[in-house]
Design a protein around this ligand. Structure first.
Ligand code: FES
Length: 159
């Protein structure tokens, strides 16, 4: 098993809240994502057993939800919103800035496995665009200076 006993217990606790078992797929992914950092077929199989939903239904849902990485990523997953509000407020230049600072392109991970960079659709923080989600945290009202500080602070973190 990849999921820990703690994660399985959390998934079971969430699953009993829903009258339809399928409704527990996203909450289960959230638990798995927090433990592992991505969700893939091995995880779908384990979740299928825990919540009692056929694996094919879990895999089908996975094609729709891009916010859960499907393969291992760097320690910090930088998800730059590139939807309309963020685009109008400079998300393209933020992506270019991050590509240059990290020496990677969109969809890539740094050689030291610290940072992965992807573009995503609206994350619901349009009023504070442009924004980046780093793992589970939102960083909003960004500009090049704030992005530099964000990346430098993450690089300096010891945990
Ligand atoms: S468009 Fe970026 S958060 Fe909505």
């Amino acid at each position: 098993m990849i999921l820990t006993e703690d994660s399985i217990a959390k998934i079971k606790a969430k699953a009993v809240r829903y009258p339809r078992k399928k409704s527990a797929i996203l909450p289960a992914w959230t638990v798995a994502y927090r433990q592992i950092g991505h969700v893939d077929e091995a995880i779908y199989k384990e979740i299928s057993k825990v919540i009692g939903v056929p694996m094919v239904e879990i895999a089908e849902a996975a094609t729709f939800y891009t916010m859960f990485p499907k393969k291992p990523r760097g320690k910090y997953l930088l998800q730059v919103c590139n939807n309309i509000s963020c685009a109008l407020r400079g998300s393209d230049s933020m992506i270019t800035h991050l590509e240059n600072k990290l020496d990677i392109k969109l969809g890539e991970t740094t050689d030291d496995n610290q940072f992965s960079l992807i573009a995503v659709e609206c994350l619901g923080a349009c009023a504070t665009a442009p924004m980046v989600q780093v793992n589970m945290e939102y960083h909003e009202n960004l500009d090049a200076t704030k992005l530099d500080k964000l990346i430098d602070d993450l690089k300096a973190k010891k945990d």
